[in-house]
Design a protein around this ligand. Structure first.
Ligand code: GLY
Length: 408
């Protein structure tokens, strides 16, 4: 036995010595860089990309929508629903850098959006005006450059408010590929108008509009969220009676599946509803819907475009949207273990978005976030960058940085 003890002692010492030597040589890979350092470096690189993008886009009447497979921006006029996100990125770049050139570019690209304020044909005015005029007013509240922004926001919100159906109790859409006789659609994306509508109702002291928003949240949640907290994209109602006719998908794979970006719009909208009301029911709902999203993420925390689809295409924009809203939501949670949990979930997503598999660094492009999917069944914009992916990625970087600055 003596020989065994000696052998055991010697081999244990050797193993400890080996581990000590090799661990000092361990290569520090990116996942071990502290997240705040990684975020700082991604912010600097993103600002450089955005600076270069201004040369790529050039014309202030044109707006990046989706990237091509060669990672160049496709440009459209201010009519497109995505057109607010690029000026939005420029505003966030100004907020992050305080560089006057970003401020001027943001003002220049925001200007072209004003003519949309009377557009009654869209349910997306919240996106179009929040990212542009909303960010401008938030960042430059007393500046002559933004003196008209509040009026523009009030007008846009009045236009959007006209879409409310009292029969249904919701803001409605016109967008449907499988309408039923006399049906009116409500899509999950409309949750993203709440910020514009709630903010303007507070500015105007308009409690009726405020209550219309809360009715929209209640009805959308009731009819678009299934019992297991998964989601439909669309609910169809009888235009006259407001009766629910059916539910299903437009951008998702099949009626019974869950389109991940639509789901992320719901989480974001619920957190906004809490921000304006401080009613804890919205936080509970946001957590339930966020939990479904988080539970269905793959190991790298970047959502597939549809959670049940066998077609393996990611939508990094969906994860960016949820990351940003979790960073806001965790700040409202009183239970420290829940607060920590959602902060960690957001950090895990953000770390993944910042890695070379999703962040475009070194690929010679001015787009930021790779691997987004617009609408798998109807457009070729699958597995490409997109302007809303970039916007919510930047918002996540900014929100994360603000949390760190506050020392949380
Ligand atoms: N329909 C808006 C979106 O693609 O998210």
């Amino acid at each position: 036995m003596k020989w065994f003890k000696t052998y055991f002692a010697f081999s244990s010492a050797f193993c400890l010595f080996f581990i000590a030597c090799t661990s000092t040589k361990k290569v520090v890979n990116q996942s071990e860089v502290p997240l705040d350092k990684l975020v700082d470096s991604v912010i600097s690189k993103s600002l450089i990309c955005l600076e270069k993008s201004v040369d790529e886009v050039k014309d202030t009447a044109l707006y990046p929508t989706y990237g091509t497979k060669k990672l160049q921006w496709q440009l459209k006029s201010s009519d497109d629903w995505t057109s607010g996100f690029y000026p939005g990125c420029l505003w966030l770049a100004y907020e992050l850098s305080k560089k006057l050139q970003f401020r001027q570019w943001a003002i220049d690209w925001t200007k072209g959006k004003e003519r949309q304020k009377y557009n009654t044909k869209t349910h997306d005015l919240g996106f179009r005006f929040g990212c542009t005029f909303g960010n401008g007013l938030r960042l430059l509240p007393n500046d002559s450059a933004t003196a008209r922004y509040k009026d523009v926001l009030l007008t846009a919100a009045n236009t959007m408010d006209k879409r409310f159906s009292h029969a249904i109790g919701c803001y409605t859409s016109d967008w449907d590929f499988k309408p039923l006789p006399n049906s009116v659609p409500v899509v999950i994306d409309i949750m993203m108008n709440l910020e514009l509508l709630l903010w303007t109702s507070q500015q105007l002291g308009d409690t009726a509009r405020f209550n219309r928003c809360l009715s929209h949240v209640a009805t959308s949640y009731r009819d678009l969220i299934r019992r297991d907290a998964s989601s439909f994209h669309i609910a169809r109602y009888d235009a006259t009676t407001g009766k629910l006719l059916n539910q299903g998908q437009l951008q998702g794979d099949v009626d019974s599946s869950t389109w991940s970006r639509g789901h992320s719009w719901m989480v974001y909208g619920l957190v906004v509803a809490y921000r304006f009301t401080k009613d804890p029911q919205y936080l509970d709902k946001a957590m339930a819907v966020a939990d479904y999203f988080l539970k269905h993420l793959p190991k790298d925390r970047i959502a597939n475009w549809d959670f049940q689809s066998p077609l393996d295409y990611r939508d990094a924009s969906a994860s960016a949207i949820v990351c940003s809203t979790l960073l806001e939501m965790q700040g409202y949670l009183k239970d420290p273990s829940k607060q920590k949990h959602y902060l960690h979930e957001a950090e895990d997503i953000l770390r993944s978005l910042c890695k070379p598999s999703y962040f475009s660094e070194g690929k010679g492009t001015n787009c930021l976030l790779l691997h987004c999917t617009q609408y798998y069944h109807r457009t070729p914009n699958t597995d490409v960058p997109c302007s809303f992916g970039d916007y919510y990625f930047m918002e996540s970087l900014l929100r994360y940085k603000n949390i760190k600055v506050k020392g949380k």
